[in-house]
Design a protein around this ligand. Structure first.
Ligand SMILES: [Zn+2]
Length: 451
């Protein structure tokens, strides 16, 4: 028997419409008119609540195995489920071992067994010296690879220079798999940081940290990555773009057909450096949150389609590592914890800008699904895809409190934020995984291995 879900506002690729989803097994069999409920089917009527495609977050640090005290599959995937996210793609670092060869990927698969409430996949890592391990990871089904052009914060995940990038791109060429890159280079950061230390700058001030990671580090890295994407005709994806100074370069590259895609994160679209209190190390991430003027340009690039997608870069750590006691930005771990909040955060900002909810569909589901090779399975409410969706009340108003956070450490710059929009229910492959503030059912999350 089919299960049938309907609402007056279902977000389809053609826009919001009154529609009925007919689900057979784990997949959407048909999307039909609102009134066309098949006889004898079990109907759930969500009335005027919005049915969004299950969100896909391609930038999450789950940290398991090896650093489960930072985060883990159970807490991360429950936080995702509560935020309407039905697919996570895990970054290859902060876990131990780092996902830089097929054996490490096997270890991650064992670690995830029985602990994932949403579907997931794992990016492989490109680090100095692992070019020969890449084909093993490709055969094991990773959707693509991630690398750093600057120290990653994790010694086991060595950053790469142009020569290393060339070795990796040689292996990726022709596979269609993207190389994701943390786009900051070392040079400008080292120069700025050394000069701040020499001047005795106060590292409890956010503006000191901001000055230590200048726009130039992003711009130089992105210029190099664009050049390589063009030369190797291999897709390169810029993760967490923070600097609007790189937008003209990206615009030129895209208009010339270079295979480069771009994400930014919810925190770059929500916070601005002018508003970050001193000692507030929960805001520390790299690249840093920049000015309000910069934020406005990121929004414009998103609206124009130059920035393709929004992710969280959820990258938590134990509280002590955030150095809240001394408030030193140079000592604190860099990474913002936010999994489960991106939808209401982005939607609240969109309302302020007068944007319609339709654009959430591609920014937070369709485009990330494409990046991870999941189109046809995830990211859109169309026949044939998994029946993954979020039931969203776009008008609810609420304030973020620690008990709303489901990830392991309840330290986030979003605490206290007044948001619009709340997830009522989340469904994964035809079964409810979250409803009325509670996680529902067993851990049914499944790895999405590239076919
Ligand atoms: Zn990250």
């Amino acid at each position: 028997m089919a299960s049938v879900f309907r609402s007056t506002r279902v977000l389809t690729p053609a826009g919001l419409r009154a529609a009925t989803l007919v689900v057979e097994g784990e997949r959407i069999a048909r999307v039909v008119n609102w009134g066309d409920v098949p006889a004898g089917s079990e109907l759930r009527d969500f009335r005027d609540l919005v049915l969004l495609p299950g969100l896909v977050d391609t930038h999450v640090h789950i940290n398991e195995p090896g650093r489960t005290e930072w985060e883990g599959f159970e807490t991360a995937t429950q936080a995702a489920a509560a935020g309407g996210v039905t697919t996570l793609v895990d970054m290859p670092l902060n876990c131990v071992p780092e996902t830089i060869n097929a054996e490490a990927l096997e270890g991650k698969r064992r670690a995830a067994a029985g602990k994932a409430w949403v579907d997931w996949a794992a990016w492989g890592g490109v680090v100095r010296g692992n070019a020969d391990a890449l084909s093993g990871l490709i055969q094991a089904g990773v959707p693509g690879f991630k690398c750093f052009l600057i120290h990653s914060g994790i010694d086991g995940f060595a950053w790469v220079d142009e020569a290393d990038l060339r070795l990796a791109l040689e292996k990726l060429r022709g596979t269609g798999l993207p190389l994701l890159a943390h786009a900051e280079v070392e040079g400008p950061v080292t120069i700025a940081t050394d000069s701040l230390h020499a001047k005795g700058a106060d590292w409890r001030k956010y503006r000191t940290y901001l000055a230590s990671r200048p726009d130039a580090a992003e711009v130089e890295a992105i210029a190099l990555l664009i050049r390589l994407a063009e030369e190797y005709a291999t897709p390169i994806h810029i993760v967490h773009l923070a600097s609007a100074s790189a937008l003209p370069l990206l615009e030129l590259a895209r208009s010339g057909g270079t295979p480069v895609t771009v994400e930014t994160c919810a925190h770059y679209l929500w916070f601005a450096s002018e508003e970050i209190p001193d000692r507030a190390t929960e805001y520390k991430c790299a690249p840093p949150i920049r000015s309000a003027e910069n934020r406005e340009k990121l929004w414009q690039a998103l609206e124009s389609g130059l920035i393709d997608m929004i992710t969280t870069d959820h990258s938590p750590c134990p509280r002590a590592m955030k150095h809240k006691e001394d408030g030193r930005f140079d000592q604190a771990w860099g990474g913002i914890a936010s999994l489960g909040l991106a939808l209401p955060v982005v939607w609240t900002a969109m309302r302020q800008r007068g944007l319609g909810i339709e654009r959430i569909g591609d920014w937070m589901a369709g485009a990330p699904a494409r990046l991870a090779g999941l189109t046809g399975r995830k990211g859109a409410l169309v026949p044939g895809t998994d029946a993954d969706f979020a039931v969203f009340d776009p008008d609810a108003e609420w304030t973020v409190k620690p008990e709303d956070l489901r990830f392991r450490h309840k330290l986030s710059p979003y605490l206290g934020a007044r948001l619009r929009g709340r997830v009522h229910e989340t469904w994964l492959r035809g079964e409810r995984i979250f409803a009325n503030g509670q996680i529902a059912g067993p851990a049914r999350g499944r790895e999405q291995v590239r076919p």
